[in-house]
Design a protein around this ligand. Sequence first.
Ligand code: FAD
Length: 347
Amino acid sequence: MHTSSLRQAPRALLLSLMLLLAACQPAPTQTRIQGSTMGTYYAVTLSDPFPGGQGALQQEVETLLARLNQEISTYDPASLISRFNQGTGQPPQVIPATMAKIVQQGMDAGRLTRGALDVTVGPLVNLWGFGPDKRPTQRPGAEQIAQARERVGIDKLTLTPQGDHFLLGKAIPGLYLDLSTLGEGAASDEIAGLLERRGVHNYLIEVAGAVRSKGRNAKGNPWRVAIVEPSDKPGAIEDVVTPNGMAVSTAGSYRNYYELDGKRYSHIIDPATGEPVTHRLVSASVITPTALEADALDTALMVMGPERAMAFAKEHRLAVYLIEKTDQGFVARHTPEFAPYLVRSEP
Ligand code: FAD
């Protein structure tokens, strides 16, 4: 059974590889900070000076991340999202603009993906032991799954603007909002906003694999991000991309899983069945202007499976890179929109 710390491994691997690729010989002008957040880690590398230096950068980034955790962490019983989940939804709860933006992205992506991404899937996530609740000792039964599914659906969630705040409501008291799949992307975008406001325009930000970059590294080269092989083999790279100011986010089913009675259960839940996915798509990477959007879509693609995901990506002209596990090994495919970002050109 994989532990919580092992769940962070692909992100950690991605960080190591990024650093290897982008910053293995740090130039004197480069600033780098890293730390823990959202049950995982973050890292920020700048090739511009930050006003106040490295200490000020770390303090401002950690304040921002703490605020985001207080808003959307289902692991903190006192957070805004936990209070929403514990309440009846009547009257609707006031939430700040940042959280509202994340909820709105979840609702938009839910509609776009016809329910593959569902930010109300929390009861099922928890039932299968991938949220704050403990892992089950036996496979959840059909009745438990059916009961949890009755509490799922973005049609039961309402978000209404009111002045500079928003009102979050629910149609049934048991609705449980889970923004875990969007949190890292949101954090990456928020840090990018902070850096821009401080006059920093050359940076690489990673929050558990949701990556934002802009400009160039200290050597004057474009930032590079590795897409790692979806295996336990340390350091194996599937491909390398230069995001060129765009965000890149990768979701996978190959690290965050556990085994029960000889069967493997991954943390990606298909809301249509109420069960973890079982297809052979093991990794999905998406490049979009914001990390929030990329972070929403990569999970949705992981729900869809290889064929549906590729068809969806082509229909919506998305820059998508999929890795499928086959009997012959890993097979990577990408859409034409992804090709310009690949460092190693493919036939
Ligand atoms: P992603 O692929 O980005 O998302 C998968 C996750 O989304 C699943 O784990 C599940 O939660 C959810 N999900 C599954 N299926 C669907 C679906 N169909 N639609 C929508 N969502 C789905 N973890 C800890 O162990 N301890 C902590 O203290 C902790 N704090 C956190 C605080 C915050 C603010 C956030 C956002 C997350 C926190 N986490 C914590 C969770 C953890 O770090 C990851 O966010 C989580 O494990 C999933 O992220 P991922 O990038 O691995 O997977």
